[in-house]
Design a protein around this ligand. Structure first.
Ligand SMILES: [Cu+2]
Length: 186
């Protein structure tokens, strides 16, 4: 004989909302690095630079350097005083502000005759982190009613401000039934 057994139980789970934006590290010039006769505008083309991303200038420090300059200095390949240059051979620059950013090599003729210059446009990207961190919230979908039929979830969600790091919980009734086999004849 078989008897039907029904289990009902509450199921709940929590899931983290995904991180939406992530900083990217760009190696200027790709495998060629920061050197002579590379088309850096072609390299930058199609890339989206955001505030918080980093540029890595990799080069032979005996041969090149990096200067952040303004538009005029960029167009005319005028290097600022040497003290303002980056000279490590592996310079990492964090893009801290939106708008245009100009970089040149300050070694004579490298910018003017060998296109060792880069201009990029940085997008606003993610807003700066709030000075006072807002504590993460835990939301149970549907409130007391849980995840079930005939609840207006849009009304529930309305006015709630979901942030990255918040958790969403869902609970609902679940019934599972199965036949319990008691003997061979079943
Ligand atoms: Cu150079």
């Amino acid at each position: 004989m078989a008897s039907k057994i029904i289990f009902c139980f509450m199921i709940g789970f929590l899931g983290f909302l995904p991180e939406i934006t992530k900083a990217t590290e760009y190696w200027v010039g790709g495998e060629k690095g920061w050197t002579l006769d590379v088309d850096y505008q072609a390299w930058a083309n199609g890339k989206t630079f955001k505030v918080g991303d980093t540029l890595v200038f990799k080069y032979n420090k005996d041969s090149h350097n990096v200067f952040k300059v303004n538009q005029t200095a960029f167009q005319n390949c005028i290097a600022p005083p040497p003290s303002q240059g980056l000279t490590s051979g592996h310079d990492v620059i964090t893009l801290a502000s939106p708008g245009k950013h100009w970089y040149i090599c300050g070694v004579p003729t490298h910018c003017s005759d060998h296109s060792q210059k880069l201009v990029i446009t940085v997008e606003g990207g993610a807003p700066a982190p709030a000075p006072v961190p807002v504590p993460a919230m835990e939301y149970w979908v549907g409130g007391d009613k849980g995840w079930t039929i005939d609840v207006d979830y849009q009304a529930w969600a309305k006015g709630k401000n979901f942030k990255v790091g918040d958790t969403l919980g869902m609970y609902y009734n679940s019934c599972v039934s199965y036949r319990k086999v008691n003997n061979e004849s079943d």
